[in-house]
Each structure stands twice: as structure tokens, then as C-alpha cells.
Design a protein around this ligand. Structure first.
Ligand code: NAD
Length: 330
């Protein structure tokens, strides 16, 4: 059986990546949509052959509970709406995939996890790179200490924002923050999956070169994480630099990824040379894996608990910027 997915929020990521990926998935398909824009509903219904009965708006969304064609709700909305729609979906009896960053802060994430648990529904975060072969190899090399103990790590993610100055991404109330929330979460993930450890402390600083554009959210942040055993790793995020790399220093050499975090074109290296892996459709692999987890009642490798770990680090980075001091990750 193919499980039915309903996408909530038909913006750039849903339309550009998730809907096309759902044409390639084997265990799930694009069954429904939730949108506030009737013209979008018409376009999508035609393009993807979605029956009227599987089209919802934000007001009648909760009646999705009565629709057996929808098994999974995929929340692809601005960050400030992730909590509400995840909880409403779980209460409607649906399993949930929620996009990154999971929510505005760790406390919201905990509410989402609790709501899904109470409703006995599975919750997953849209961490597509856990299904990407080069990234999986980095996890193996680092976590199994193939090149010995990790002695250092440096990672950055960002792009030069030249989009709409009024977009939700630049509004703190809607996005929770700036490049750290949007892009830095990949670097934080990279530090965690390369080492297989959870950091204890963070020290962070913020830089702004375009205070007009980024008046409400962070533009560039540098941070240092401290892990158990004393390992210190560097990370950075930006809306004003084209970054996208992950470099791991180990006793017997360096390995890493560059480009590290894109939808395709990921390249990996080890002390032996370039990694030989193929590019895959990450979103198709991610959604198929979740569908199989639901079908086989197996835990997902990217549950809400994974999202909240990153949000606790993000919360501590913002605290460190505000205090000017090292902060404990709690
Ligand atoms: P977008 O702005 O292109 O789309 C957002 C959608 O939400 C739009 O369809 C918009 O109409 C709808 N919306 C509903 N209420 C809104 C409101 N009050 N204000 C603004 N928009 C509203 O954004 P996007 O790039 O598609 O991002 C959506 C989510 O997906 C974000 O959480 C983002 O971080 C995530 N994302 C993830 C990846 C990834 O690689 N995993 C890539 C891009 C985006």
C-alpha cells in the first residue's frame, strides 16, 4: 500500500522539491493539499490530479481527520506555524513530517513531541540529508572513528539573501530568527552527526553588515560548541555568504563534504580521495523511509527528538549572543 501524504503550505519547497519528489516515491504519494489560496488549489489539483475531497484550507483543515486517504501530513509552513499544524494534524489522527527548523524554540518542540505521543502518531523532521549517501558515510566515518578520534571540526552554511525584503524569513515572529534557524541548523546537525555526540556548551558572536535588511533577524553568526571530552568545533551561518561545507579533522586525516547541504551535487572526501557515491533524490528517500516506518511501525531515524536537540543548541546560541558569555545547552 502507498500511504497518502498531504502537503500543508504550497510554497517554494513544497512546490519545487516535495511535490516532484512525490512523483518518484514508492511507498507514499501526493494525496492531498492544504492551502489558503484557492487559485493554488486549482493549479495543484490539475497538475497532480488531486481530488476535490482531498483539498483543504486552514479553516477546515481539522476535518482531514475524517479522510482515510490521508495518512501523513507534511508541514511546510513558516516556522511560527509548525507547532500549531503539527499538533492539529496529530489530533486529527495523522502521522506528521514537519520541516526544519522544527519550531520557534525547544519548548515548542517539546509540546509537539508530547502531542504526537498522546495521539499515538509518529513525528518526523524534514532532515533529508540523513538519507543522502555521502552524508551517511560521514556519519559512519566519524561515529565509528574510522580515522581515529576527531580532533576538530569546521562547518558553515549560508547564502547571499537577495529575495523579498518583506518575506517571512526576515521576520522574527514568523521565522524565529534568521540564517541560524534556516541555514545554521544544517551545520549544527553536521557537528552532531559527524561526532555522534551532544555538545554541552556554546559560545557565539553575531555580525551584521546589512542592518537594514536584517533588522529583525540574524545575518551572520559564528559559534563554538564544546563536546564531552573537550572537543571544540566551529560553526557558522549566514544570509550574506555562500557557505556550504563540513570538514572533520581526525587523528589519521581529514574527511568531509563540500558542497555539503544542497538538494544535489553533494561531494565527499576522505584521506583516500573523493567519495564514489551517487546523487539521489533526497526528499523521495526521506518520505519513502518515513512511509515505511509508519507501515512497519518502526521508529524513524529523524524523530521530533532529533529536532529538539538542534533547537536546544540554537536557543543556547541566541542566549550566548545576548549574554556575551559561554552558555550551557539545556
Ligand atoms: P515559502 O515562503 O516558499 O512557502 C511558505 C508557504 O506558507 C507559502 O505557500 C505561503 O503561502 C504559506 N503561508 C501560510 N501562511 C503564511 C503566513 N502567515 N506568512 C507567510 N506564508 C504563509 O517557504 P519555503 O521555502 O517553502 O519554506 C517552508 C518551510 O520549509 C520552512 O520551514 C523552511 O525552513 C522549510 N524548508 C526546508 C528545506 C529543506 O531542504 N528541508 C528547504 C526549503 C525550505
Amino acid at each position: 500500500k502507498k500511504l497518502g501524504i498531504a502537503l500543508v503550505g504550497l510554497g517554494g519547497y513544497a512546490g519545487g522539491q516535495l511535490a516532484p519528489a512525490l512523483q518518484q516515491t514508492k511507498h507514499c504519494y501526493l494525496a492531498g493539499i492544504v492551502t489558503g489560496t484557492p487559485s493554488k488549489a486549482d493549479d495543484w489539483a490539475k497538475k497532480y490530479n488531486i481530488p476535490d475531497g482531498n483539498i483543504y484550507n486552514y479553516d477546515n483543515f481539522d476535518t482531514i481527520a475524517k479522510n482515510p486517504a490521508i495518512d501523513i501530513v507534511y508541514v511546510v509552513l513558516p516556522v511560527s506555524m509548525h507547532k500549531e499544524y503539527t499538533i492539529r494534524a496529530a489530533k486529527a489522527g495523522k502521522h506528521v513530517i514537519c520541516e526544519k527548523p522544527m519550531a520557534l524554540n525547544a519548548s515548542e518542540c517539546n509540546e509537539m513531541i508530547a502531542a504526537c505521543k498522546n495521539a499515538n502518531r509518529m513525528l518526523s523532521i524534514g532532515y533529508r540529508l540523513h538519507f543522502e549517501p555521502h552524508t551517511q558515510e560521514i556519519m559512519r566515518l566519524g561515529q565509528k572513528k574510522v580515522y581515529g578520534q576527531i580532533t576538530g571540526l569546521d562547518t558553515g552554511n549560508g547564502f547571499v539573501y537577495d529575495g523579498d525584503p518583506n518575506a517571512w524569513r526576515l521576520k522574527k515572529a514568523l521565522a524565529g530568527g534568521g540564517a541560524l534557524m534556516d541555514m545554521g541548523v544544517y551545520s549544527i546537525q553536521g557537528s552532531r552527526y559527524s561526532t555522534g555526540m551532544e555538545p554541552l556548551f556554546v559560545t557565539a558572536t553575531e555580525q551584521k553588515t546589512k542592518p537594514e535588511l536584517f533588522k529583525d533577524v540574524d545575518e551572520t553568526i559564528h559559534w563554538e560548541l564544546e563536546f564531552p571530552g573537550g572537543l571544540k568545533t566551529k560553526g557558522k551561518s549566514s544570509y550574506n555568504n555562500d557557505w556550504g561545507y563540513l570538514k572533520v579533522m581526525a587523528q589519521k586525516g581529514e574527511f568531509g563534504l563540500e558542497p555539503a547541504f544542497g538538494y544535489g551535487g553533494i561531494k565527499g572526501f576522505t584521506p583516500e580521495g573523493p567519495m564514489p557515491f551517487p546523487q539521489i533524490n533526497q526528499q523521495a528517500a526521506q518520505m519513502d523511509d518515513f512511509a515505511l516506518c509508519v507501515l512497519n511501525k518502526k521508529p524513524t531515524r529523524v524523530p521530533g527528538e532529533e529536532g529538539v536537540k538542534d533547537m536546544k543548541i540554537i536557543d543556547a546560541i541566541y542566549r550566548s549572543i545576548a549574554s556575551g558569555k559561554k552558555e550551557k545547552i539545556i
